[in-house]
Write a protein that binds this ligand. Structure first.
Ligand SMILES: Cc1cc2nc3c(=O)[nH]c(=O)nc-3n(C[C@H](O)[C@H](O)[C@H](O)COP(=O)(O)O)c2cc1C
Length: 319
């Protein structure tokens, strides 16, 4: 198979510049290890773990893979400091921070010699993160799944501007689902990609089959942003998000909005398979999901297609 080396693969000693995005209840040890074992980088979602739960999950992942993997920490969560402590004690080589400022966490990781990439939706927040001392960034566009910034900048627009403004290594996320996406991200200046939606629709993904099947059925126009007034969240259009959108129209109270518009209905879809009344978190790239491959076939296919795409486009250049 093809090999694509970037500063990210060199830095972490991984084979492919393809990361599994952190996703609570999905990017669990088995899934993280599946991605790392094929030579990508699994990044663990920590939203559902208390600090000791995170330690156990890291240790479990180590029994499933000898390769590098990362963890992600929600910077504004009350558990952030304890999660960071566990990541440092367990010598995890790569951490992403999101949902808040990396100001407190970035220096801790820097001192511990751990790579810390902050997830950013705009150039301004990328500069703030750089000034806080992060070693890299995940630039995530609004077409991606889950919580998003109100600014709603797309990945194509965001990535090259974050690369130019910060000079830091940047992983592109949001709306990437195949090798053309990887090739494009590299052309925009990224050192790798992070995918969420595409990885949910794999054999190993620990989510209900109905959820995977719904992703196969969705078109690129079948997601929406709910919660714009409180904290935008990209999800599939269904009865659950219809209810959320209707509620949002009825109030401007941010607390009420946060209570009703969020992840509380995700387990109904993710675990019980109720993809109408449960929350199906999905990005626009779901329109490209047509099958449920193994993680290994997916990652290898993406790298091969990216390599072929880059070579093919080279022929377009005259002189
Ligand atoms: C169910 C779900 C949960 C997620 N949880 C997190 C999270 O806890 N932290 C985070 O940084 N990103 C989270 N994300 C975002 C993904 O890690 C990834 O960056 C995003 O899905 C990329 O866009 P894509 O879906 O178009 O590939 C989540 C995404 C999904 C679908």
């Amino acid at each position: 198979m093809a090999k694509i080396s970037t500063p990210l693969t060199e830095l972490l000693g991984i084979e492919h510049p393809v990361c599994l995005g952190p996703m609570g209840m999905i990017s669990v040890p088995s899934m993280v290890a599946a991605v790392s074992n094929v030579g990508g980088l699994g990044i663990m979602g920590t939203a559902n773990y208390d600090p000791e739960g995170l330690r156990k999950a890291i240790q479990e992942t180590r029994t499933l893979t000898e390769r590098p993997f990362g963890v992600s920490i929600m910077a504004s969560f009350p558990t952030a400091g304890d999660h960071a402590k566990v990541a440092i004690e367990e010598r995890v080589p790569f951490v992403t921070t999101s949902a808040g400022s990396p100001k407190v966490l970035a220096p801790l990781f820097r001192d511990a010699g751990i790579e810390c990439y902050h997830v950013v939706p705009t150039v301004a927040l990328a500069m703030k993160a750089k000034n806080a001392g992060v070693t890299g960034l995940v630039a995530e566009g609004a077409e991606g799944a889950s919580f998003k910034s109100r600014d709603e900048v797309s990945t194509l627009v965001l990535v090259p501007q974050v690369v130019d403004a910060t000079g830091l290594p940047v992983i592109a996320a949001g709306g990437i689902g195949d090798g053309r996406g990887l090739a494009s991200a590299l052309c925009l200046g990224a050192v790798g990609i992070q995918m969420g939606t595409r990885f949910i629709a794999t054999q190993e993904s620990p989510i209900h089959d109905n959820y995977k099947q719904r992703l196969v059925e969705l078109k690129e126009t079948d997601t929406r942003m709910v919660g714009r007034k409180a904290g935008p969240l990209r999800v599939a259009i269904n009865a659950c998000s219809d209810d959320m959108a209707e509620f949002e129209a009825s109030t401007d109270d941010p607390q009420e909005l946060r209570k009703k518009i969020g992840y509380h209905k995700f387990p109904a879809a993710a675990l019980q398979g109720d993809v109408e009344n449960g929350l199906v978190v999905a990005g626009q790239i779901a329109g490209m999901v047509k099958d449920l491959p193994s993680v290994a076939d997916l990652v290898r296919g993406i790298v091969d297609q990216a390599a072929a795409t880059l070579k093919e486009k080279d022929a377009l250049v005259a002189g």
